[in-house]
Structure formats: structure tokens, C-alpha cells
Design a protein around this ligand. Structure first.
Ligand code: EPZ
Length: 418
């Protein structure tokens, strides 16, 4: 069975390039469905399973897609189906963006209910509330969402919770609604801004992305454009944490340091040196790590997607650390795996209390979800001896060529194919 074998103990040195952001790419690709003229040429798309899944789904609808390394050329003019019901739709979370994109372009869609990491209940009520406010009728039955509208009309929508997915999905549909839509209490994540910028490059009129109010003046149609996806904040944070955990000195290139501020601040608090460049951060750690407290929250707070890798670092820090996971109610499945390596962690509801340990010892663990998988790789890199990581399909959903990137820094990570 495919797995990663990690031999721990090496410090990390050198530089690593960060690729395009997964959570931006998986929204920008379906948003390209809105282009009824011209083609979208989108660069810096990461080579990950979730992107391959989205590509397959979009082809099944009739999109013509050409790939040249990280560049996708998407022609959506000849889409022949608004039914996204193939198996891949259920395997990934971001397939919910097909609802907003197909609704915007064709005023109807049938999309299988999305899957994704098992990190808690993942409702889509806020997406539906937004679509209904724009004038759509929504039915959920037999595992799919059926949606239609005679026309979409702009309105004011106040989201009950700050949701990345609902913000992006409703923004995609509202870009081509009649009149003005005002979205309030929206997510401010960098990928929300990236999708808004992409839609604007296609001809949309969206202002305010990155603040908590987004104003969208609907336009009748959108057309193809050239665009490049922003760097992946979470992949960058993962390498920052790995470098801090292993010790050594690593420059993480092709990043937007501003997007990493909450991570940089925590690392510095823990005794790690972080130097920001224009589009890079250098992480250096020589002394002992100090324990700290982390509470996850929407951007610009500490990202929930970095909580699991960060837990590894806290395990190796002196004293007690605390994690409060405020976004997902069961994003602690990595804890049992870390305990197998020697971690001392107690989970109480949405909190984890971590007592620092001197070292980890390698053993067999599994990636219970995407970021838990990244946490296992970091833990393996610092553990004494060998760590075997199973269920690595979760890691491949979001990290391109993780073993090659760590090997280039001196980390001993090998993919075993049988
Ligand atoms: C996105 O998920 C990301 N996924 C997640 O990344 C990330 O953890 C999450 O945002 C938070 O940053 C993608 O972008 C594909 P939300 P999303 O809607 O959009 C509640 C990773 O590791 N909620 O912002 O599904 C929800 O239960 C993944 O890359 C509602 O109540 O998350 C949660 O508590 C995992 N109703 C909170 O809002 C809704 O309709 C935030 O969820 C929608 C959400």
C-alpha cells in the first residue's frame, strides 16, 4: 500500500518554492465556468489530487481543458451539462463551487453533495441562504443539491457565520446577477480576495474583498482572461513549522509574507527566528522551543488549517501549550497518532492541552485527513528512527510532491509504492 517512509533526525537547510494556493485554485477553476466568451488561461495551479478531481468534473460538464505544467487553459463556451453527479464530486469539498458557477451561468444545476476531510459537521446552509436570497429555489434530496432560478437579482445578504465557502460561492453567482449584491460578515481569507480578483479580471465588478463587506455590481456576462493563482499560505506555513521543528535554516520562497503574519508571530513567540523578505520568509531555529497558546479563527487570525502541523511543534516545546480549535469541532484526529510517537496531549472538547516532551520515536501512523497528514510528516522528520505514514492519499489532495520538497531540504522522506 502506498505510504511515506520518514527517517527522522536531519536538520533542514536550503530553500523551497511554494506552489499556487489549493483553496484558491479549487474555486477559481469552477469560477471559469462563468466565461461565456474567450478562454481562461490560469497559471500557478498546484499539481494536487483535488485539482485533478476538479479538472475531471469540469471535463464531464463539457469544459475543454488543456494543461501545460501549472497552467490551465479552460474553454467553457461549449458546456453541455449542468449535472455534476460523477463520483469525484463527492470526494472533494470544493465541488460546492460548481453550484454557484453553474447557477450564475445557466441559472440551474444539480450537484452531488460535497465530501472532503472529516473534521466535523460541514453544513452548506449559508451557501443556500445566499443563493435563495438571490432568487434561486434549492432542493436537497437523494444526496444532491438541485438549484434553479428564473433570474438572479442582487440583494443584501448577512451571513450568520463567517464562511470561506459561502462567501466565495455566493460571490461567484452574484457576479452575474442583476443589480447590486452586498455581502456582510464575509470571510477575509487571501483566497477570497484571489477569487474576487479573478472574477474582476473576467469583467466582474466586485469591491471590498479582504474586508468584511463585499459589494458586487452584477454584469450580464463574463469572459476569458489571463490569471495567476496566489501562493499557498498553508503549504508555506507547513514548511515554516517543519523548519522550526527540525532546526536548521530554510528560506521559503514565492510567498506573501503578510498572509503568514499570524504564523510568524507564534513562531517568534516560541523562540524561532523568522526573517521576512519581499516574497520569502527565512526560518531558523537553534535554541529550545517555548510552549505557547493558539486559538484558531478566521483570517487574519491563526488558520485552522495550520493547527494540526502547529500541534507537532508545541509537543516539542518546553512546558505546557494550549490549542483552542474554534472553527471545526473534530479537528483533533491527529492527536491519537501523535501519541503513538510519544506526544503527551489531552483533548477536552475543542481544546488540546499539550505537555512538551523531549523527543518522538518513530512508528507506524496514518494521515487521518489532509493537514493531519502534514503533521505526521513533520513529526516523522523529528522522530528518532523510522516513521511509516499510511493513508497518504489525504496528503496528496493538498500538497504537491511533498516528499521531493522535503528531500530537497535534507529531510529523509521516501514514497513507498507497495
Ligand atoms: C474552507 O472550508 C477550506 N476548504 C478549509 O480548508 C478550511 O478549513 C475552512 O475554509 C476554514 O478556513 C476549502 O477552501 C476548499 P467554512 P469551508 O465554510 O469553506 C461553518 C484544508 O485543510 N459553516 O469557512 O468548507 C462550518 O461548519 C481545508 O485545506 C456553517 O455553519 O469552511 C465551520 O464551522 C479543510 N454553514 C465554519 O462555518 C455553512 O453554510 C467555517 O467553515 C458553511 C460553514
Amino acid at each position: 500500500m502506498e505510504r511515506l517512509l520518514v527517517k527522522g533526525g536531519n536538520k533542514l537547510f536550503g530553500s523551497v518554492e511554494i506552489t499556487g494556493a489549493k483553496n484558491a485554485a479549487v474555486a477559481i477553476l469552477p469560477a471559469a465556468i462563468l466565461a461565456s466568451e474567450g478562454v481562461c488561461v490560469i497559471d500557478n495551479i498546484p499539481d494536487i489530487e483535488d485539482v485533478q478531481c476538479m479538472e475531471k468534473i469540469m471535463r464531464s460538464l463539457g469544459c475543454e481543458i488543456q494543461r501545460n505544467k501549472n497552467e490551465f487553459v479552460i474553454d467553457s463556451k461549449s458546456i453541455s451539462s449542468t449535472d455534476a453527479m460523477i463520483e469525484e464530486v463527492k470526494n472533494m469539498r470544493a465541488s460546492y463551487y460548481l453550484i454557484g458557477a453553474l447557477l450564475g451561468r445557466f441559472k440551474k444545476a444539480r450537484v452531488a453533495l460535497p465530501g472532503g476531510c472529516h473534521i466535523g459537521v460541514r453544513p452548506i446552509d449559508q451557501h443556500i441562504k445566499g443563493f435563495e436570497a438571490l432568487g434561486a429555489t434549492v432542493e436537497i434530496n437523494h444526496g444532491s443539491v438541485s438549484i434553479q432560478a428564473e433570474k438572479l437579482v442582487g440583494t443584501n445578504i448577512f451571513f450568520d457565520v463567517v464562511s470561506v465557502g459561502a462567501t466565495i460561492n455566493v460571490m461567484i453567482a452574484a457576479a452575474v446577477a442583476e443589480g447590486t449584491t452586498i455581502l456582510e460578515n464575509v470571510a477575509r481569507e487571501p483566497h477570497v480576495v484571489d477569487v474576487a480578483n479573478f472574477l474582476n479580471t473576467m469583467g466582474a465588478n466586485i469591491k471590498g474583498a479582504g474586508t468584511d463587506v463585499i459589494i458586487i455590481k452584477g454584469v450580464p456576462t463574463l469572459k476569458g482572461c489571463n490569471y495567476s493563482v496566489i501562493p499557498d499560505q498553508i503549504e508555506a506555513a507547513t514548511f515554516m513549522i517543519a523548519s522550526a521543528a527540525c532546526g536548521g535554516e530554510v528560506t521559503i520562497k514565492n510567498v506573501i509574507p503578510k498572509h503568514l503574519e499570524s504564523i510568524t508571530a507564534k513562531l517568534v513567540e516560541m523562540g524561532v527566528e523568522v526573517e521576512e523578505g519581499d516574497d520569502s520568509v527565512t526560518v531558523k531555529r537553534e535554541g529550545n522551543l517555548r510552549g505557547t497558546n493558539v486559538k484558531t479563527s478566521p483570517y487574519p487570525g491563526f488558520p485552522t488549517d495550520v493547527q494540526q502541523p502547529m500541534t507537532v511543534l508545541m509537543c516539542l516545546a518546553e512546558g505546557r501549550s494550549l490549542v483552542n480549535e474554534s472553527i471545526w469541532e473534530s479537528r483533533f484526529k491527529h492527536v491519537d497518532e501523535l501519541k503513538k510517537l510519544g506526544a503527551n496531549i489531552k483533548v477536552d472538547g475543542r481544546s488540546a492541552i499539550i505537555e512538551g516532551v523531549k523527543e518522538f520515536t518513530g512508528t507506524v501512523v496514518k494521515a487521518t485527513d489532509l493537514r493531519a497528514g502534514a503533521a505526521m510528516v513533520i513529526a516523522g522528520l523529528v522522530a528518532k528512527g523510522e516513521t511509516e505514514i499510511y493513508s497518504i492519499e489525504h496528503i496528496d489532495r493538498g500538497y504537491p510532491h511533498i516528499e521531493d520538497k522535503f528531500r530537497s531540504l535534507g529531510g529523509d522522506v521516501t514514497r513507498i509504492y507497495k
